[in-house]
Design a protein around this ligand. Structure first.
Ligand code: F6R
Length: 617
């Protein structure tokens, strides 16, 4: 959601900023802009509604002339996507430019105050208020410098932000700040980069500082990086990290879309998630995060899983896993609902927060609430050092590698893998999972990457054919039972978010309590029907659909007969224990959604209105 890129150094700032914005496109956006500072110190601004390509069309004359600048991709919150609302925004005196991610919640009060003092506003954004507040403080206190004025302004606002600011009278100086939205500073040789994540600068440097919450930095070639706390200006020693990210990981590597690449990466990403944790020959699961706090889990009244979207679906499967194998009661909550319904939380509760990005505002707010009430917080995040990962008491990274397609695929199966490891580990420890069963389950888990690889190669072509038949469909129903009910929800979410076809997931048995009314010869129904998992009951559900002439796309185990005979399309997956079937069954559903969307001409990697990390409530 929104992306920031900044640069100062010896290279062409225009190229660095534009290419950096392209690397951040995955975050989701609807407008883009750039500001560059010339040798005469004047600020050159170009911005537009639309994509980075549209920005390049109007700004290419700026190429090759500047060594310092910054850019932004905006995902509209305050004010529609438009040229005027795009960032950068300039202060009334035209000297200060800002780009901003996040929301200034008290912008209206500040706007009223500034309007009374004669300030005018060209946009509907909260960001333009902030840049004028900086001007206001500089005029009110002529003795203070530009970074101090930024600090004063940031102390007046509340909400969430990552900002980068330039001032004409302070040539060569970039001021950045962060609260609730990530910002990284890349340290090169006689050059500095700023970005919402490291992807825009990983090809130039492997050294980065991740700005901490409530910190700001003044960056210049002359004085390097000076980090201060926003509230009291205390100096902070920078902690330089070595980036593990590689360029290869953030490029498409020959695939048409990141989403397809990420679907095909799953055998590796699942394996990477288990690497060093699942030691089959020794018969152990090593997870320091769990082991160090195993008594907290063992003595927990219950585990509450909080998450949003796809991560919430993973949480639902986590509930099945943990209750079945560790026999600890689990509740799964949408983070946004949990936060606002005055939940009962005690210090006997363990809260597991699941988030690919580790930046989701709703999840963050929910876990802060749980923390305040004394619960123990465990994080499952993909992005290392993300905000959620930092504030949890303990946790496990999924290690799925960067996920760039907006629709989550490999992060989901990695989340399921971690939840499976947690359930087995706790179950073994508290005696609910006997040694023989444990050994056989972990051997099967170890082979799951292989099973996923089989599914990819055996279903890829077939699914392309099936997808062609559903390009013009308006509705889809996804059904599953037990572990595969959340897998059905996830299949439906994948389809709707990238193809814009209305799709609903349901527990198969619930169909007769309502959705069955929708079934006729035009309704495609994807039904997940593996052998292990209430198969006989599913057969009855399929019969009910058949009787109403619904079009059945069945995901079944190899050699299946009963469901396959009734289905219009049969997709075969290998047989596994029921608890692993959502991982294996999700893969063809991801491919189905992907190809239907591609054949409909949709922008698969950047679906309309969606953002990769949802940093606003
Ligand atoms: C769907 C999708 C979203 C995210 C949700 C939570 O494909 O990606 O539903 O799962 O926005 O995001 P994270 O996991 O980053 O907290």
């Amino acid at each position: 959601m929104c992306g920031i890129v900044g640069y100062t150094g010896f290279q062409d700032a225009y190229d660095i900023v534009i290419n950096g914005l392209r690397r951040l496109e995955y975050r989701g956006y609807d407008s883009a802009g750039i500001v560059l500072e010339g040798p005469d110190n004047k600020l050159e601004v170009e911005k537009t509604k639309g994509k980075v390509d549209d920005l390049v069309n109007i700004s290419k004359d700026l190429k090759g002339k500047f060594n310092i600048g910054m850019g932004h991709t905006r995902w509209a919150t305050h004010g529609v996507p438009s040229d005027r609302n795009s960032h950068p925004h300039l202060s009334n005196n035209g000297k200060i430019a800002i780009v901003h991610n996040g929301i200034i919640e008290n912008y209206d009060t500040i706007k009223t105050m500034l309007t009374e003092k004669g300030y005018t506003f060209k946009s509907e954004t909260d960001t333009e208020v902030l840049v004028n507040l900086i001007q206001y403080f500089m005029e009110l206190n002529p003795e203070i410098d530009f970074p101090t004025a930024v600090r004063y302004a940031l102390n007046e606002v509340y909400g969430a932000y990552a900002i980068t600011v330039l001032h004409e009278d302070y040539p060569g100086v970039l001021v950045v700040g962060r609260l609730g939205s990530p910002l990284a500073i890349g340290i090169g040789d006689k050059e500095y980069f700023i970005a919402s994540d490291a992807s825009p600068f990983v090809e130039f440097t492997k050294e980065a500082i991740y700005l901490e919450e409530g910190h700001m930095a003044t960056i210049s070639l002359e004085n390097g990086v000076d980090i201060r706390t926003i509230n009291d200006n205390s100096k902070i020693e920078p902690e330089i990290q070595q980036l593990k990210l590689s360029l290869e990981q953030i490029e498409k590597g020959g695939y048409e879309h990141f989403m397809l690449k990420e679907i095909f990466e799953q055998p590796k990403s699942i394996h990477d998630t288990m690497r060093g944790r699942l030691l089959v020959e020794e018969g152990v699961i090593k997870m320091a995060g769990i082991w160090d706090h195993v008594e907290r889990f063992k003595n927990a009244n219950r585990i509450i899983i909080i998450a949003c979207g796809t991560s919430w679906h993973a949480g639902l499967i986590g509930e099945y896993l943990i209750e079945e194998y560790a026999r600890i009661p689990v509740e799964v909550e949408y983070a946004s609902e949990f936060r606002y319904r005055n939940p009962i939380i005690t210090d006997k509760d363990v809260v597991i927060a699941i988030s690919q990005s580790g930046e989701t505002a709703d999840t963050m707010a929910a876990l802060k609430l749980a923390k305040e009430k004394g619960a123990f917080i465990y994080g499952i995040c993909n992005v290392v050092d993300s905000s959620i990962a930092r504030i949890t008491d303990a946790g496990s990274y999924t290690h799925a590698g960067p996920e760039i397609g907006v629709a989550s695929t490999k992060a989901f199966t990695a989340q399921l893998t971690i939840l499976t490891l947690i359930a087995f580990k706790l179950g073994k420890h508290n005696g609910n999972l006997g040694n023989a069963d444990f050994m056989s389950l972990i051997a099967e888990l170890d082979a799951i990457p292989k099973r996923v690889e089989e599914v990819l190669s055996s279903t890829h072509e077939q699914i392309q054919q099936i997808a062609k038949d559903f390009v013009s469909t308006s509705n889809f129903l996804y059904l599953g039972r037990g572990y595969n009910y959340p897998a059905a929800l996830e299949g439906a979410l994948k389809l709707k978010e990238i193809s814009y076809i209305h799709a609903e997931g349901y527990p198969a048995a619930e169909m007769k309590h309502g959705p069955i009314a929708l079934i006729d010869e035009n309704m495609p129904i994807v039904i997940i029907a593996p052998k292990k998992g209430h198969y006989d009951k599913i057969v009855s559900n399929v019969q009910e659909i058949k009787a109403r002439k619904g079009k059945i796309i069945a995901v079944v185990n190899k050699g299946d007969r009963q469901v396959s005979e009734m289905a219009d399309y049969v997709i075969e997956i290998p047989e596994t224990s029921e608890c692993f079937s959502p991982i294996v069954a999700s893969v063809p559903l991801q491919l189905l959604a992907y190809y239907i969307a591609v054949y409909r001409g949709a922008n698969v990697d950047q679906p309309r209105n969606l953002a990769k990390s949802v940093t606003v409530e």
